[in-house]
Design a binder for this molecule. Structure first.
Ligand code: DAH
Length: 343
């Protein structure tokens, strides 16, 4: 067969094949079988090898013309078929833009975290620096160093989870005090946030697990006036307005004198309500001047330095700020409760 015969044969076979091709995939196959390395057009190259020198360019041009012809037919058909296929796909994938969207549920901060962050922001802006202590601590840092003698009845005030004779779950964040004193020199302005544990009966107002923030200031000539001023400033920052406070004498072994601090109930404005048990006041934290024995335990000379310390319950303050009536809600992880709180 001459080259011309072969070309005519390929051309007519191609035109039949092309008519039968109904999908873009079919076109891809045709491309391979006609123009691929082992395709029919390529096989014509055999003629060039055997041709005489002067005929070779003419035969080459004929083969090339066939190649371009087939290529352009294939390209046109491919374009047309792709478009058809796209149209069919779009029609079948009907999109109803009027359907309501799917809601995403964003995570939120836990109300205790929100409250803790507010407390820390206020104290940090007043020059206090955050320190943390361990949840599992020795008797020394939790009690002994804080002037609780071994058989001191005040230990009974804090029902303790003991791990061994000497190891316990800290009952308060006051355990950070002596630790910080040991490693730093006055002036010390420290805030210690963290978890606390007490073996108490769980009720709407108390829990075995809760958070406290302890803060203390040690320097020369620190007095009760500094404590009052700091507490007033702290509440004004926290509630973004001045808050009325009231101080009552109280006893904690690690402070002398010691006191409890109440704030005017924000909910009833001092008129009396369920939250403040009709007293118009809410107890929010304990405070006092650091006992000389505690300063000594931390290696600080009580003749030269004095300081104040205060500790507040985060859940208690959160209950107040968000009007939460039951402390147990904080640990129940009920999503209906948790999703009510925003920054
Ligand atoms: N640590 C005490 C408690 O958990 C709270 C407290 C009272 C801390 C008086 C203080 C303080 O720093 O001065 O009951």
């Amino acid at each position: 067969m001459t080259l011309n015969d072969q070309i005519t044969e390929i051309r007519s076979k191609f035109s039949k094949d092309l008519k039968l091709a109904k999908t873009s995939k079919n076109i891809e196959h045709l491309k391979i079988s006609y123009l691929g390395k082992k395709g029919s057009v390529q096989s014509l190259m055999q003629f060039l090898k055997d041709a005489k020198n002067d005929e070779r360019p003419i035969l080459g041009k004929q083969i090339n013309d066939l190649k371009y012809e087939i290529t352009s037919h294939l390209e046109n058909s491919l374009k047309r078929l792709l478009l058809e296929e796209e149209t069919i796909k779009l029609k079948s994938e009907h999109l109803d833009v009027t359907l309501p969207g799917r809601k995403h549920h964003w995570g939120r901060y836990h109300p205790v975290t929100l409250t803790l962050n507010k407390i820390l922001d206020a104290l940090i802006s007043m020059g206090f620096a955050v320190e943390t202590g361990p949840d599992v601590d020795s008797d020394f840092y939790n009690f002994e160093g804080l002037n609780f003698a071994k058989d001191h009845p005040a230990r009974d005030m804090q029902d303790t989870f003991y791990i061994s004779d000497d190891l316990l779950l800290r009952t308060h964040t006051s355990n950070v005090q002596v630790r910080v004193m040991e490693k730093s020199k006055p002036p010390i302005r420290c805030i210690a946030p963290g978890k606390c544990f007490r073996n108490e009966t769980i009720s709407s107002r108390s829990h075995v697990f809760f958070h406290q923030v302890e803060f203390f200031y040690i320097d020369e000539n620190v007095s009760f006036v500094d404590l009052f001023a700091t507490i007033d400033e702290f509440f004004a920052k926290l509630f973004k307005k001045p808050i009325e406070t009231r101080f009552r004498p109280s006893f904690f072994p690690f402070v002398e004198p010691g006191m409890e601090c109440d704030i005017k109930c924000e909910i009833c404005k001092g008129q009396g309500c369920r939250l403040c048990k009709d007293s118009g006041w809410l107890e929010v934290f304990g405070a006092g001047m650091i006992h000389p024995n505690v300063l000594k335990a931390g290696g600080i000379d009580p003749e030269k330095y004095s300081g104040f310390a205060a500790g507040l319950g985060v859940e208690r303050l959160a209950m107040l700020m968000y009007e939460i009536k039951d402390i147990r809600l904080f640990t129940e992880n009920d999503i209906r409760f948790l999703k009510q709180f925003d920054l």
